[in-house]
Design a binder for this molecule. Structure first.
Ligand SMILES: CC(C)(COP(=O)(O)OP(=O)(O)OC[C@H]1O[C@@H](n2cnc3c(N)ncnc32)[C@H](O)[C@@H]1OP(=O)(O)O)[C@@H](O)C(=O)NCCC(=O)NCCS
Length: 145
């Protein structure tokens, strides 16, 4: 893992937030022909935005959604040139700790089929059956905090 890796909660609408939106669009949405428009961003105002940095480079991003005693993690992306270095796992740990600090006891995500193994390696347990979300098979993956 890069020695100078750090994670921060970033402000919705900030320059860093826009860089994060671009990263997750490139990785998760653009392949399906979708772009996050300004009105989509407005719906994210109440969410918690997380960014990972190596030096000045934004290498990872995700969004946390508070839902009572649970927190859902969404839009998880690590930039291709930074993958397989433990950054995604470190971001999970940062988000779990942040959710715990908010008083949450449950943490979950809708994992794309291709990312389920990544979550399992970090201690998450799949629940139920695969279901379709935006045309891609997903599985609920959970972890008690
Ligand atoms: C999934 C993703 C976030 C993982 O981030 P990462 O920084 O590469 O993950 P890590 O380096 O922390 O990997 C941890 C472990 O999971 C494994 N892993 C990571 N991605 C994996 C994948 N897609 N399939 C299977 N195993 C995977 C790694 O090999 C590693 O295993 P090891 O501990 O035995 O070496 C990243 O690949 C990504 O952004 N993918 C594209 C977007 C995406 O699918 N997001 C998730 C949407 S639900």
């Amino acid at each position: 893992m890069p020695g100078d890796l750090r994670f921060e909660i970033i402000e919705h609408g900030s320059e860093t937030y826009l860089v994060g939106v671009r990263l997750r669009d490139e990785m998760l949405r653009n392949p399906m022909g979708v772009v996050t428009a300004e009105e989509d961003m407005a719906t994210e105002r109440a969410l918690i935005h997380v960014a990972g940095f190596v030096g000045d480079a934004l290498c990872a991003t995700c969004v946390l959604v508070p839902e009572g005693r649970a927190v859902r993690m969404k839009r998880v992306a690590v930039a291709p040139s930074f993958q397989n270095e433990g950054i995604g796992t470190a971001m999970l740990r940062f988000c779990e700790a942040h959710a715990k600090g908010m008083g949450a006891t449950k943490f979950y995500a809708h994992a794309r089929e291709t990312a389920v193994r990544f979550y399992e390696k970090a201690g998450y347990v799949g629940e139920g059956d695969y279901f379709d979300e935006v045309g891609i098979p997903h599985l609920v993956v959970r972890k008690a905090l």
